[in-house]
Ligand binder design. Structure first.
Ligand code: WAQ
Ligand code: MG
Ligand code: MG
Ligand code: MG
Length: 251
């Protein structure tokens, strides 16, 4: 049996009461792992580089095996950027190569650069018109219920490659699920964690890791998902938030 475990944490009270988002996490794990992972996620919220959370919400729910789908992991390619502007320039090219319009790309970048507060979820943008499609405001759409199919195998795989940091592994799982959604054709992301300047674009089945997407010590970060219309936003949102997905690194 698997459990969906989700954590979100904030400082200054709960998100819905004006608290600042500190960090979140979502996993799909076995009963045996439940207590150790829960402890890790609480530690993450209490010792995060953005500050100590004073609100932590944990949700643990059983997931029915018959509801779970398995998908392949995106292939990773790294672009070593000279500086942030070179990183952004290449991010734009990777997105344009997936048929995303210039206005959509420009709107995505400027939306992330104009955020005054950290969102805990992502913005959906129409890949053609560049208009925002979701109505979740400063909350955003939080992708959940996903994990590696075999956590130990994935950890070993990434350790061998030297990618020991949580950020890259969690981002690959998320990006693989997001791009697997029928109407999603691309994603743009960089972290809100002040010391983490690596970001990515996923498009055309590739996770383009880009080594400089923001200045060091900046706490501005976020995610944009590019969506081909026409789309039923309720169906898409339901897939992103609720469909249990396991990512198989061997596929
Ligand atoms: N669903 C939707 N949006 C999310 C989610 C989620 N599950 N998790 C995070 N976000 C959004 C939210 O707006 C956060 O503020 C923002 O993304 C950044 O989240 O080395 O770690 O978890 O290859 O800080 C990318 C590069 C790391 C990794 C990204 O983002 C690599 C990262 P963070
Ligand atoms: Mg994260
Ligand atoms: Mg897709
Ligand atoms: Mg973060």
């Amino acid at each position: 049996m698997l459990y969906s475990i989700r954590m979100r944490s904030a400082q200054g009270g709960a998100h819905e009461h004006g608290g600042h988002h500190i960090s979140g996490a979502e996993r799909l794990i076995t009963t045996q792992d439940l207590t150790t992972i829960t402890e890790k996620l609480i530690q993450r919220a209490l010792t995060h580089e953005k500050g100590r959370a004073d609100f932590i919400r944990l949700t643990i729910e059983e997931v029915k095996p018959k509801d779970i789908i398995t998908i392949p992991m995106l292939k990773m390619e790294t672009y070593t950027a000279i500086d942030v502007s070179d990183g952004h320039k290449n991010a734009c090219e990777f997105l344009a190569n997936a048929g995303i319009s210039k206005i959509a790309i420009d709107n995505a970048i400027s939306s992330l650069l104009s955020l005054q507060e950290n969102m805990r979820g992502a913005i959906l943008i129409d890949a053609t018109t560049g208009k925002r499609l979701d109505n979740t405001g400063m909350r955003g759409i939080r992708v959940s219920r996903m994990d590696f199919k075999d956590t130990l195998q994935a950890k070993k795989h990434f350790d061998e490659l030297g990618y020991t940091d949580n950020h890259v592994q969690e981002a690959l799982v998320l990006a693989s699920k997001v791009l697997s959604a029928p109407n999603v054709v691309g994603e743009l992301c960089w972290s809100d964690d002040p010391n983490y300047i690596i970001g990515y674009v996923s498009a055309n089945n590739i996770y383009h890791r880009i080594t400089k997407m923001k200045p060091l010590h900046s706490n501005q970060g976020g995610r944009v998902f590019f969506v081909k219309t026409p789309v039923d936003i309720t169906v898409l949102q339901n897939y992103l938030e609720r469909q249990p997905v396991l990512v198989d690194i061997n596929l």
